[in-house]
Design a protein around this ligand. Structure first.
Ligand code: CMP
Length: 140
């Protein structure tokens, strides 16, 4: 498998608790390289557009409110099989279902405040990366 890139967000519940460094250490220990990273405040328009795929879901409004409730850290992660590797280190969406040692099992507060987002496919990773980063901001 060639080098792959995926998109990651450290969510407001984690930035509020000053967990960026601890989460980054877990990503790096899993073999992922942070090749771009910035701390931003998402606007409502950003969050609605980023999560548009979920707009018919009952939790959409709360998800958007949560994602703009504080700063997030958006990242590009690079590594062998990076999409799957990141999903493994994140753990299941609901921290109650996440394996021991994963980011969500270790840090997440709830299914909504679940500390991190990661792309679910290489195709979506490319779309999500392009939403937040220009090519010159990604240095592998
Ligand atoms: P994320 O990977 O960022 O993608 C969509 C997010 O919706 C998901 O993580 C969860 O944090 C959030 N969410 C909130 N409620 C639910 C729910 N009931 N089912 C799935 N995702 C939920």
């Amino acid at each position: 498998m060639a080098l792959q890139r995926t998109f990651s967000i450290i969510k407001p519940d984690a930035t509020r608790r000053n967990l960026t460094g601890k989460i980054n250490a877990m990503l790096e220990e899993a073999g992922l390289r942070i090749v771009a990273q910035k701390r931003i405040q998402m606007t409502r328009a950003n969050a609605e557009s980023f999560y548009a795929v979920h707009k018919e879901r009952p939790f959409f409004g709360e998800l958007v409110d949560f994602m703009i409730s504080g700063p997030v850290v958006v990242q590009v992660l690079e590594g062998e099989n990076a999409v799957l590797k990141n999903r493994e280190v994140m753990g299941a969406t609901n921290p109650k279902d996440a394996d021991e040692g994963t980011i969500r099992k270790t840090f997440a507060e709830s299914i909504e405040a679940n500390s991190v987002h990661g792309s679910d496919s290489e195709e979506n990773a490319a779309i999500e990366i392009a939403y937040f980063f220009s090519g010159s901001e990604i240095v592998g």
